[in-house]
Design a protein around this ligand. Structure first.
Ligand code: DGI
Ligand code: FE
Ligand code: FE
Length: 188
């Protein structure tokens, strides 16, 4: 799909603020893709559509999770998690995007997972550090992303876990598994 066509499609389903966030993720992801040698076209598509389902009604997302036999856990750990796997499902169904690597980058952009691909790491980190983000710790991850993608990923996932624990929110198994995977590896 052409980049301009993709941008037009996403603009129609997101409020302005979230569209600007998406442009920030796109710009960040393209620059990381250049630096680390990822496929530009895949990075573009995954970045543009990573939050495709963000504004779907929760009831619709929950039905899709049940009907498509996605993990029951998704229904228990909080609505914020739903838009990632549901987004991967819907961009295939509604937009015909069928590149599995792109779909996985969308599917795992909120939690991460063990054995993340370069594309998945780039989307996860870009979502975290794009220029409109301003939460504490983001500058450190921005800096790390310039020199070591895995260090940046570890910091981003760790910060997310801290954040969830500080709010006494449940940590999704994939998030913990992603963290453990990086920590347990001697080399990234
Ligand atoms: O969609 P965005 O806002 O751009 O960013 P995102 O897809 O990374 O979603 C961030 C939200 O997801 C934030 O409210 C924290 C939440 N989140 C991330 N990991 C987990 C999580 N929530 C739970 N319950 N468990 C997680 O492991
Ligand atoms: Fe998201
Ligand atoms: Fe996002």
């Amino acid at each position: 799909m052409e980049k301009l066509k993709a941008l037009e499609l996403i603009k129609n389903v997101l409020p302005e603020k979230r569209y600007n966030h998406t442009l920030g993720v796109l710009e960040t992801a393209v620059s990381l893709a250049e630096k680390y040698g990822a496929n530009q076209k895949k990075v573009e598509l995954a970045a543009i559509f990573h939050d495709y389902a963000k504004y779907r009604p929760v009831a619709e997302m929950k039905s899709i999770v049940s009907e498509q036999n996605m993990s029951d856990n998704l229904l228990k750990y909080g609505r914020e998690l739903l838009h990632a796997p549901v987004g991967a499902y819907l961009v295939r169904k509604e937009l015909g995007i069928d590149d599995e690597e792109v779909l996985d980058a969308i599917r795992y952009h909120t939690t991460g997972r063990p054995f993340m691909t370069l594309l998945e790491k780039i989307i996860y980190i870009s979502d975290y550090i794009e220029p409109n983000r301003s939460f504490s710790g983001v500058d450190e991850v921005r800096l790390l992303a310039q020199t070591n993608l895995d260090e940046a990923l570890l910091k981003g996932i760790s910060n997310t876990i801290y954040f969830l624990v500080s709010k006494q929110q449940p940590v999704f198994p994939d998030t913990l598994a992603a963290y453990n995977h990086i920590i347990l590896k001697e080399e990234f």
